[in-house]
Design a protein around this ligand. Sequence first.
Ligand code: ATP
Length: 465
Amino acid sequence: MTADPNDVAPAVASLDTIVSLSKRRGFVFPSSEIYGGINAVWDYGPLGVELKRNVKDAWWRAMVQERDDIVGLDAGIIMHPQVWVTSGHVGSFSDPLVECETDHRRFRLDELPGTEGLSQTELLDSGIVARLGLRCPVDGGPLSAPRRFNLMFKTHMGPVEDDAAVVYLRPETAQGSYVNFKNVQQSTRKKLPFGIAQIGKSFRNEISPGNFVFRMREFEQMEMQYFVRPETAAQVFEEWLPRRWDWYTSYGVTPSRLRFREHAPDELAHYAKKAVDVEYRFPFGWKELEGIHNRGDFDLSRHAAASGENLEYFDPATQEHFIPYIVETAGGPDRAAFTFLIDAYREEEVRGETRVSLALHPALAPYKVAVLPLLKKRPEIVELCHRILADLKRDMLAVYDDTAAIGKLYRRQDEIGTPWCVTVDVDSLTDGAVTVRDRDSMTQERIPVEGVKRAILDRLEAARP
Ligand code: ATP
């Protein structure tokens, strides 16, 4: 990578730090690990599933719940195969693939060193490999000319496995929102501008997956399609940029590790009029976290023409019929959760020892609070812990742990990002108070037992973006 004077250091130097923490503490495991794993699929463990769920809830709150103009949808993963012909995916949802002639490894041409800045046309030029003198990065062998590799997974629907039964696993959620535009508009009576938001699984047969959950073959997306009058699309597009940036920073991402990157004209997808990525400084470089696209009227016009369905919007105020433009925000909870995890990682020296903590935003932290006994041999202390825990659990995810001494219990909770620990000690039995310890400042406060849940709920509320 060339040295860039504007670059910033990543939050962790090595991805391995996050991969091993994720495995050790139960955020993410390799899929089917006892069979040796399967490339580019990862399983979310007990803590990871909570983190990812919290990320999705935070997105849904900001995009649907707190807005009057956006509604939700959950379309099927399998759609009518014609959808993907019309959308252009069957014809051109592909990456340029090159193959090593000696070890037959396959690579995405645009990810090989030396191909930075090449246009889409150059990437498919049959003479490009020879012209740039590219060789296999693993064994130095000769590489084939590039060819298009379609990224969609195919399967068969119904009991007959012939060509007529071919269907695709969706590579994006967006098409479900386009084909339901009329259903949603008519059932909700929404007027422009309005949006449709979806969270769900998508599948892409990526040529070179990797960097942990950054690029998987099965992943989730959080996409929102905002339908607008054509003449307002350029302005609306600009308005979504800071909104999406602010969502990441309000949940704790360091602003200096974010940047916008506009797509060059020859990099734009076939449907896009303008595209800007929100990029994050991952340990492996600046990479897309989310894309914001002005898609024009491409999607609705194409679906209207191919299906024969009139997808025009009628504006009662101006008495006009027209096809709306679409501004899309396309992100994913896997990349977002990964970013929040990396950016929250802290290592510091505390009394001669290294303290590892995850300074996750309280709304994203898997456990909001841990209840810990100072002495697990005293049944009254344990009993009081369980009473406090049961009360907390009615409102939030809380956990009890007595498998080590208190110092170690705190360190364990710090490492998984639990914002607060409630400790019950011998004095609690007489003064009716417990200690609430803060993860980031490590300060401790004495609070009456009856006030514990209110205090935690107040802190959660105060932290809300
Ligand atoms: P890239 O250039 O990284 O391949 P893309 O431009 O193809 O991404 P989009 O089609 O814009 O990505 O997808 C929207 C979002 O979906 C991405 O910003 C990302 O958060 C998520 N996403 C896409 N592909 C993957 C994947 N293979 N694994 C995990 N998340 C993904």
